[in-house]
Design a protein around this ligand. Structure first.
Ligand code: PMP
Length: 421
């Protein structure tokens, strides 16, 4: 499969070689790197991608969930072009910022006030800083395997060497008793618990509803804040995963699709906490950022939430995801392929293990060679998803694309089963 990939993609290979002269690894996003070299895409339309060698793919990755609208949504394109026409980089307040804030606050009842940033990473960094300032406490409890952004990565138990230095306490995801004990032990040293209601990067592993409810009650009892990182999961319903769980976090972080596919992050929540950022108040916390209210993102976000990813669209997209996950798991049972499709709604994790994982540790035994084979075979068949098995459906994906994907999976199942031995 590897040699076939190299032979089919001479132009991507050449471009990768050139890029590597100037960019370590040929790229700016570590997550996009894979061996032997990553493909270079030259264009996208709807749910289709084209690479530098002219191959076409159905895009099942959806830009790691930010690309919910596909590559050329006409409403968003018009909003961005319209904003360009009015001038960008105005260096002041603009009307679109408050409109987007209104749309966000209306969708997420726990978000009484919101502030914008340029990435989910920034949103989480600001939420942590805010929680520490509000509670005047120091420690942040996070979960093993969590991904809260480039500078907040907790795969494999330890933090990454580039993490922002905070006093992190690491708990086992979905580990009810241990986590409860840790929160009680930390007592009034704990500023916040930061959690993905479904761990996304770790493999689309949902948090047990009782586990997440326990986080709510324990943080309330000890006076620490509960922060839901809904950068990924906010797409699961109009009001995010918190709506489905009926849990009201103190703070929520957002990103990805809410900026209409432009660079975006946001954090918001209880007004008594968020108002620490009100610059009219003495001793207000500073929060600056040249592009926080950039008109292209604001315009795209307003169009996206008000016209494209409506509550009805959210429901339909997530129903399509649920149906695909069920169809995949049925296919695995029928073909005897020991794989499992995890996740919720339009977010699916595809894993070479027969058992549904309950924590990232459960996926450690997955054979990386099988993951590579699946990834390269699917590319050859015109299906693009993340090498680690992430699927994030976008709105332009229809029945034809879903059927095509299932046909490809079925046709490949014998080969993968044999490879597993
Ligand atoms: N939190 C979660 C749960 C994420 O999945 C991501 C991105 N994959 C981030 C934060 C970081 O967002 P960004 O890439 O915009 O910095």
């Amino acid at each position: 499969a590897r040699q076939g990939f190299i032979d089919r993609n001479p132009e991507s290979l050449k471009l990768h070689g050139r890029a590597s002269q100037f960019l370590p690894g040929g790229n700016t996003r570590t997550v996009l790197y894979y061996d032997p070299f990553p493909l270079t895409f030259v264009s996208g339309e709807g749910c289709r991608l084209e690479d530098a060698d002219g191959h076409r793919y159905v895009d099942f990755l959806g830009e790691f969930t930010a690309g919910i609208f596909g590559h050329s949504d006409p409403v968003i394109r018009q909003a961005v072009v319209g904003a360009m026409g009015n001038g960008i980089n105005l260096g002041g307040h603009g009307p679109l910022e408050a409109r987007l804030a209104d749309l966000v606050c209306s969708r997420f009842p726990s978000i009484e006030r919101v502030r914008f940033a340029n990435s989910g990473t920034e949103a989480n960094l600001l939420a942590i800083a805010l929680a520490k300032a509000f509670t005047r406490r120091d420690k942040i409890l996070v979960f093993d395997g969590a991904y809260h952004g480039s500078l907040l990565t907790f795969g494999g138990g330890a933090g990454s060497p580039v993490n922002v230095p905070h006093h992190f306490v690491i708990a086992p995801f979905n580990g009810f008793e241990e986590t409860q004990k840790l929160i009680r032990q930390q007592g009034d040293d704990l500023a916040a618990v930061l959690v993905e209601p479904m761990q996304g990067s770790a493999g689309c592993i949902p948090g047990d509803p009782e586990f997440l409810s326990m986080l709510r009650s324990e943080t309330s009892a000890t006076g620490s804040l509960l922060i839901f990182d809904e950068v990924m999961t906010s797409r699961l319903a109009a009001g995010g995963r918190q709506q489905q769980l009926d849990i009201r976090p103190d703070l929520t972080t957002l990103g990805k699709y809410i900026g209409g596919g432009m660079s975006f992050g946001a954090f918001g929540g209880r007004s008594d906490i968020m108002d620490l950022f009100d610059p009219a108040r003495p001793g207000a916390l500073p929060h600056a950022g040249t592009f926080n209210n950039n008109v292209l993102t604001m315009a795209a976000g307003v169009a996206a939430l008000s016209e494209v990813y409506t509550p009805e669209a959210a429901q339909a997209l997530n129903a399509r995801g649920d149906a695909l996950r069920e169809a995949l798991n049925r296919l695995f049972r029928e073909t005897g392929l020991p794989f499992v499709a995890t996740g919720l709604g339009s977010l699916i994790g595809l894993h070479p293990t027969p058992d549904t994982p309950n924590s990232p540790a459960d996926l450690e035994a997955c054979d990386p060679a099988i993951r590579e084979l699946v990834f390269l075979d699917l590319l050859e068949d015109g299906v693009y998803l993340a090498r680690r098995g992430l699927i994030a459906l976008s709105l332009p994906i229809g029945d034809a694309e879903v059927d095509m994907f299932l046909d490809v999976m079925r046709a490949r199942s014998t080969r993968w089963r044999d490879a597993l031995g």
